[in-house]
Each structure stands twice: as structure tokens, then as C-alpha cells.
Design a binder for this molecule. Sequence first.
Ligand code: CP
Ligand code: NVA
Length: 310
Amino acid sequence: MANGTNHFVSVADWSADELLRILERARELRRLYHAGERPQTLQGRTLAMYLEKPSLRTHVTFEAGVTQMGGHAVVLRPDQVGIGTRESPKDVARNLSRWVDGIMARTFSHSLVEQLAREATVPVINGLTDLLHPCQVMSDLQTISEKMEPKDATVAYVGDGNNVANSLVLLASVLGLHLRVATPASHPPAVRVLQRAEKLARESGARVTLTVDPAEAVRDAHFVYTDTWTSMGQEAEVEKRRKIFAAYQVNAELLKHAPDAWIMHCLPAHRGEEITDEILDGPRSLVYEQAENRLHSQKAIMERLMAPAF
Ligand code: CP
Ligand code: NVA
């Protein structure tokens, strides 16, 4: 970033080696957590959390994570802070940088998180924007790694070409993974993401393919991933989207093409829309592992950014 501070705005800003180091530490932090150990690596440090959108997992896992490491989190509500109304993003970032050791932001506009990162002299962590959800896919990588070597896995994403899909595309492209994405032609991943991914994949050897056919994407995949058809902020389009994505439901019929696949979803799920109860609650579902790994992977990200000695 311009001012030399490390941020976690996109996985594409990090090298494969750096992401794999974070993954290894996340796996270790999970082991330690289950052994009752909580390394106090953020003692005395504060994370400010700015949340423009609802959240269960991101909010709780960042707050619990920083607490478990001996630090403290402060929640900032948009109506209190008024970024862009009461005060400019630049002034908010510069003030916070004088007091806290890191900022996690969940916003509508991706450019707002980019702007905070440009102005802050403490690390900014992207807790989801309309474009990307990098912390989610780090936890997904950890979840995949618990089942098999990610490099050997075929991951299929079915549904909307949204923030989660975009971050999966970038993660696969940095790490050289095999990802198939099935979306309607009208809702592919973002053009700027695909352009960046193409460049990254040339170096990493990633195989990222796009199709409109969910059966083609999931055929013999090791992991089948889906997300809501209506992301936060798109609620007015919910009826229209139900029609557009109707053929993209992850259900028993689709999974006949991938009988041994593990099932992934970032949650919250809209049961009966993008995924059936039977599959979400079935024996191959990893969704609560993904949710748990949000805690461990974000602790690793916070340590890396806010306590770099570790
Ligand atoms: N997966 C995820 O980010 O969940 P929340 O929206 O509840 O934070
Ligand atoms: N695509 C979803 C992800 C929620 C974690 C959304 O942006 O609402």
C-alpha cells in the first residue's frame, strides 16, 4: 500500500508463500485452541471494527479472536462515525491510526476500504465489501486443507458471481488451485477480478474455468461451494434473482454429478434457495467447520498484521 502499511484488503495483494504461512499459523492456532491454549500475542492491542452491514460470523470471530489473544475490540457503527457524512474517510482513518492497532471494515463500497487502507497507518482488514470477502476464503482454504492438499483439490462454485466467488477466484489464482465457477451468463465474477486472476494464474499455474452449466462445474469435484443469490444490499432484487438463479441450486440432483463432494457455504444460507436443507445439514457438509475456521484464520491474519514478530 502507498504508505507502506500491510493491509488485508484482497488476497491478491499477498504472495502464495505469505498466504500459506498464514494458513499454517491458522492451523496451529486451531490445534492450540482445542488444547486449551490461547497465545497472548495481541496483548494490549486494540482492533476497531467498522460494520456497515449485518454480521454474525465476522463480527463475533474478530471480536472473540482479538480477546482470545489478549487484546480488545471496539465496534463502530456507521451511524456513530458517519464516514462520508460526519467525517471524511481520510480523517477517520488518520484518527483511528493514532489510537488503535488495526481496523476491520465491512462496507458496501470496496473503494471505501481501499481508501481507508490508503490513509491508515495501521493495518486495514477487509471484513467483506460488495466486491470481495478475503477473510472468508482464507477460512475456506483452511477447511479444504483439513480434508486434502488444496493443490490436489477441484473446487466448484455454483451460483452468483459475487464477493465470495470473486475472492475464491483470486485465491485460486494466487495459489495455483483448480476452481470451476458456474454462474448465469448475466452474473459472472467481476471483470476486474477476472483480469487480475488471469495475470496471477499465468505465474501460479492455476486452472480457473467459468461456465454457465452447474453440472459441468461440479462433475467429480472434491468440494462444491455455494452462496446466497441475494447478497446484502441487493434485497430489492430478491424475486428477480430467485428466477435468474433457479437452475443453480445445490441439491441432491446436482450432486449426482459429484457424489463424493464436500459441501461448502460461507453462511448465512437461504435454505431452499441456493441450497436444500438436506444438503446443508447432510453428512458431507463442512459449513460449520468453515464458520469455526473464521476464528482461527482471522487470528492468524491479525497476528501477521498487528503483531508482526509472530
Ligand atoms: N460468512 C460471513 O461473513 O458471515 P457474516 O455475514 O455473518 O459475518
Ligand atoms: N455474498 C454474501 C456473503 C455473506 C457473508 C453477501 O455479501 O451478503
